[in-house]
Design a protein around this ligand. Structure first.
Ligand SMILES: *Cc1c(COP(=O)(O)O)cnc(C)c1O
Length: 495
């Protein structure tokens, strides 16, 4: 098998093995680690269609994580995709109103972040062992709501690790917040910041770039890493479920071998849809990548105009995990469409941090041909939830609804009748109030837990364990801080 090495999007610098890139998280020049080439699937789609999720995940990930041995990788996969998921299929595909919903929310924290974050702690501790790292790994994470809990659940009580999560104090759903602040585990810390997700993410990136702080902590026996989707160990596991979705359609004879599909992804940090783009580049027959945004439609505007401009009002929406103006993983796409040119990529990212915007050239814009951008405002999102429920009885969450709306719009506009797989990124139980109010505004009079019981009645879907768990759980984390206090808070935790 051809080795894949990883280097920064912003500098020639060193080439790292996959396990070292997983350990480091973010390159020291502020860039993101990218593979030197995207490997090609080495099994046919027909062969892959006969495998279970774990087997297929191995076949995809072995191609990216080439310095992990077969035994190491298989052990990581077995530990990640087990009974924490409430379905053996791990990621079932459900047909509704002419589209296929790939349900990525059957893990411990009922959002798609579990697909990668169940695996990342195992990839990381294995990497530490392989590379003889004798430091305690401190995971720093900024969250728009779902990454935080999924990372906490993954890393809680994992020996040799600690985890600090920063979330926007007024920018997550009540259930998301309750899930995080009730997290157990002596190695965990959860902090509400007075700012939005971009503030949290920028703050964390700044701390990663702080060489003096890193040195100080190194002397105390700590090393930082990231559980955000900037970590290549988050991205690679996400490639698998697109291959999985395709092979389910093949196995159920909904498509023929080689037929194309479209994928539609509710997008924030651009991690999930980038994974689909990697899958396409591995040879998976994907035609269009439909990128769905909420009112924070910075990506839609980028696909329209070729200018990425974060200088705009920030909206708090009913799909908070997509309330993002700086989509970090877009940098990996920019790097590719600029012809793997690190200087050009660094130049554009410099403009983004300096003026808050950049424009790509006409020839670079050609590299975006596989993408279609769309967005749904609050009303459209809410109406889509009601429409899908009233037509089919299927209840989708607010994020999935954004994608579902954009998917319908794409179909109407283009008359493209290629089968579409919509990434269904969260359980409706995670955003119960917004979901139930969309179905009937009368529900707003009820309490959160009454709504949960009502949702169970109307959807015939069992209440997930993650929700049962927080009904009575005590709040264990009460720390809040300003944006400029994040470093102090970390230093305090690591005393
Ligand atoms: C994180 C998240 C998204 C956005 O995914 P990105 O990889 O950041 O684009 C969408 N929906 C839900 C429910 C999420 O948790």
């Amino acid at each position: 098998m051809k080795e894949v090495t990883y280097s920064s999007t912003r500098g020639e610098g060193i080439k790292l093995s996959a396990s070292m890139a997983v350990l480091k998280g973010l390159a020291s020049d502020g860039g993101l680690f990218v593979p030197d080439h995207i490997p090609t699937l080495d099994k046919s789609l027909k062969e892959l269609a006969e495998m279970d999720y774990q087997g297929l995940a191995y076949e995809v990930m072995k191609l990216f994580l080439t310095d992990y041995t077969e035994d190491e990788l298989k052990k990581c996969i077995a530990a990640a995709y087990d009974s924490k998921f409430d379905t053996e299929e791990i990621a079932p595909l459900s047909e509704s109103c002419g589209s296929y919903y790939l349900e990525l929310f059957h893990g411990a924290t009922i959002a798609f972040k579990d697909m990668a974050l169940s695996l990342l702690p195992h990839l990381m501790t294995t990497a530490a062992k392989k590379n003889g790292l004798d430091k305690e790994i401190v995971i720093l994470t900024a969250t728009s709501g779902d990454t935080g809990k999924a990372a906490l659940a993954g890393f809680a009580d994992v020996p040799g690790t600690r985890i600090v999560v920063f979330y926007p104090k007024s920018g997550v759903s009540p259930i998301q917040e309750k899930q995080m602040v009730t997290q157990k585990g002596a190695n965990t810390m959860v902090v509400g910041i007075h700012g939005n997700f971009d503030d949290a993410q920028t703050g964390v990136k700044k701390i990663f770039g702080d060489k003096e702080f890193a040195k100080e902590l190194d002397e105390k026996g700590f090393v930082f890493s990231s559980a955000n989707s900037i970590n290549i160990g988050r991205l690679v596991p996400q490639v698998c479920y697109y291959v999985w979705a395709y092979t389910r359609l093949l196995k159920e004879e909904r498509i023929k071998d080689g037929d194309q599909i479209n994928v539609c992804v509710p997008t924030g940090n651009f991690g999930n849809i980038l994974a689909a783009f990697y899958a396409k580049n591995m040879g998976l027959p994907i035609k269009k990548l439909i990128c769905a945004s909420n009112t924070n439609k910075v990506l839609f505007d980028f696909f329209e105009s070729g200018t990425y401009d974060r200088n705009r009002e920030f909206h708090v929406t009913s799909s908070p995990s997509m309330d993002i103006l700086i989509s970090s993983n877009l940098e990996r796409l920019i790097y590719m469409i600029a012809g793997n040119d690190v200087k050009r990529c660094a130049e554009l990212m410099g403009e983004l941090s300096g003026n808050g915007k950049y424009s790509i050239s006409d020839s670079e814009k050609k590299g975006l041909a596989d993408f279609y951008g769309g967005y749904a405002d609050e009303k459209e999102t809410s109406e889509q939830i009601a429409k899908i429920y009233k037509t089919s009885g299927y209840v989708i969450d607010t994020h999935t609804a954004v994608a579902s709306f954009v998917c319908d719009k794409y179909k109407a506009e283009t008359r493209d009748d290629t089968p579409v797989v919509i990434a269904s990124t969260a359980s409706p139980y995670k955003f119960t109030r917004s979901v139930m109010n969309s179905i009937d505004p009368e529900y707003d009079k009820k309490t959160d837990f009454e709504l949960i019981d009502d949702l169970c009645k109307i959807s015939n879907v069992e209440i997930p364990q993650a929700i049962e768990d927080i009904r009575t759980a005590p709040v264990l984390h009460k720390t809040e801080c300003d944006i400029d206090e994040m470093k102090t808070v970390i230093a305090g935790f690591l005393k």
